[in-house]
Design a protein around this ligand. Structure first.
Ligand code: NAP
Length: 335
């Protein structure tokens, strides 16, 4: 079977190799991968920005869906032939987050899914949501669950509340779709008027071009009667955090999850205390949250926005496409 690996960092070093089909050990399942989706994290992993000390050769890609082809000794949770989607933080099944769970994340340090067959922990797979195909399901484990984590687990968004999200990437577009189904008003920003028009078609109530309106936080305040939004889903990080906090109402929540502008920066802490803001870090969510999300998606018939599909041979090109930032929503690779 074919798998991708990189011996040195850089998209140019990502290559297809042939390996023996893996045999599941105790507690594992073998999966015939049918579809992958890309996350910004995958790009950081391959280019070395995510973990410069990563052991190589490594196989990247965190999210995928496929068919269980074999189960290891002791596995009763999943059966051969089941159509499944991967759960990103493999060891986080339920309950509060614990630091050691980070070591179990798929797509390094856990198993990378960029292969025709992979071994996954039997606990780290879920059935496809009702009505979903493999490509649609593959978009969910990181992007949709992170949006859910911000909106539901942390934000507890109620009908009539207002949510702000930044950009039109995978997490932001799921935030828009889920927030609308939760009954919230949504304000979304983008560098592109064309993408903002697409966001309005998906139900965005107000759209702001953050390039032509650099003080977009003031525009958010205008759209909320000077009060600010109840929840900001912060996808961009230190470069936008101050404006996000200014755009959030007093005692509101900023769900901080993104690193598009880096992982370090100056923060006006006075804003946090004077507004009694809840600035909460997000690290995707548990399998129990994924199960709740899956039910919600099936009930509300939310169709993931897939901007472009690539073939397995084109994975490096798909990652380059993501790097260019022209996409709207998710990028899928069919295997
Ligand atoms: N903590 C977690 O659990 C978690 C989970 C998932 C993702 N993340 C992080 O969240 C971020 C988004 O992930 P993703 O997969 O959705 O990425 P993505 O699909 O690559 O989204 C990128 C989009 O973000 C927008 N953007 C870029 N710079 C921006 C800026 N300065 N201000 C506002 N928007 C900006 C752009 O949208 P426009 O083209 O519309 O301008 C760009 O197309 C990444 O940093 C990722 O690592 C974290």
């Amino acid at each position: 079977m074919r798998a991708y690996q990189f011996d040195a960092f850089g998209l140019e070093n990502l290559r297809l190799v042939t390996r023996d089909a893996p045999q599941p050990g105790p507690g594992q399942v073998a999966v015939n991968v049918q579809a992958l989706s890309l996350n910004y994290r995958d790009l950081l992993v391959v280019t070395g920005a995510y973990n410069p000390k990563l052991k190589r050769p490594a196989t990247p890609i965190s999210d995928g869906a496929g068919v269980v082809s074999a189960v290891g000794p002791g596995v009763t949770r999943v059966r051969v032939g089941e159509r499944i989607v991967s759960h990103f933080i493999a060891d986080w099944l339920d309950g509060p987050f614990r630091q050691e769970y980070v070591a179990s994340t798929l797509g390094t340090p856990g198993a990378g899914l960029a292969a025709e067959q992979v071994l996954l922990p039997a606990e780290a797979v879920l059935p496809l949501p009702a009505g979903y195909d493999f490509a649609q399901a593959a978009t969910l484990p990181i992007a949709a669950l992170t949006a859910w984590s911000a909106l539901v687990t942390v934000g507890n968004v109620q009908p009539g509340q207002t949510v702000l999200t930044l950009g039109t990437g995978g997490v932001a577009i799921f935030t828009l779709q889920l927030a609308k189904k939760l009954g919230a008003r949504v304000i979304i920003t983008s560098s592109s008027d064309e993408k903002l028009a697409r966001a309005r078609q998906l139900g965005a109530d107000h759209t702001i071009n953050y390039q032509t309106t650099p003080d977009w936080d003031a525009a958010v305040l205008e759209h909320t009667g000077g009060v600010g939004v109840d929840l900001t889903v912060e996808t961009a990080g230190p470069g936008t955090l101050d404006r996000s906090m200014k755009a959030t109402r007093a005692a509101g929540t900023v769900a901080l999850l993104g690193a598009l502008t880096g992982r370090q920066g100056l923060v006006t802490t006075g804003l946090i205390l004077m507004k009694r803001l809840h600035v909460v870090g997000i690290m995707v969510d548990s399998r129990a949250a994924f199960e709740a999300l899956s039910r919600f998606l099936g009930e509300h018939r939310i169709e993931p926005v897939i901007d472009r599909r690539f073939s397995f041979d084109e994975l490096p090109a798909a990652l380059r496409f993501m790097q260019e930032g022209q996409h709207f929503g998710k990028i899928v690779v069919t295997v």
